[in-house]
Design a protein around this ligand. Structure first.
Ligand code: AMP
Ligand code: ZN
Length: 115
C-alpha cells in the first residue's frame, strides 16, 4: 500500500535491520523501544488491523508466531521470557495501521494492573 511505512520496510524501501525474514513476514527493531528487546513483526501483505487479517488470511498469525519464537531465541530471551502484543484500533492504542506484533523482553515487563 502506498504511503504505509511498514509496507515500505517490508519492500526494502526503508532500510532497517531485518532480524527475521521469510516469504510472508519481516521482523525489525522498534524505532522507539520501550524494553531492552523491542521487535516489530509484520506480515509483508498489508492489512490495516488484526480484524482484517483474521478475515482475510488468519494463517498469517501462525507465521507471525513462528517469527516471534525465532526472534526470541535469536535475542537470547526465550528462557527469560517475553510478551507479545497486538494493538487494535483506538482503544488498543494502534498508531500504525499495518498489522504488527510487538515482542518485548530483556527485563521483566510490568504486570497488567487491575482497574
Ligand atoms: P502501535 O501503537 O501498536 O501502532 O505501534 C507502532 C510502533 O511502531 C511504535 O512502537 C513505534 O515506535 C514503531 N515505529 C514507528 N515507525 C517505525 C519505524 N520506521 N521503524 C520501526 N518502528 C517504528
Ligand atoms: Zn502496509
Amino acid at each position: 500500500m502506498t504511503d504505509c511505512i511498514f509496507c515500505k520496510i517490508a519492500a526494502g524501501e526503508i532500510p532497517t535491520e531485518k532480524i527475521f525474514e521469510d516469504d510472508n513476514v519481516v521482523a525489525f527493531p522498534d524505532i522507539n523501544p520501550v524494553a531492552p528487546v523491542h521487535v516489530i513483526i509484520i506480515p509483508k501483505r498489508h492489512f490495516a488491523t488484526t480484524l482484517d487479517m483474521s478475515d482475510e488470511a488468519p494463517e498469517l498469525f501462525g507465521s507471525l508466531m513462528k517469527a516471534a519464537s525465532d526472534t526470541a531465541r535469536k535475542k537470547g530471551i526465550d528462557g527469560s521470557g517475553f510478551r507479545l502484543i497486538f494493538n487494535t484500533n483506538a482503544d488498543g492504542g494502534q498508531e500504525i495501521f499495518h498489522v504488527h506484533m510487538h515482542l518485548l523482553g530483556g527485563e521483566p515487563i510490568g504486570r497488567m494492573r487491575e482497574r
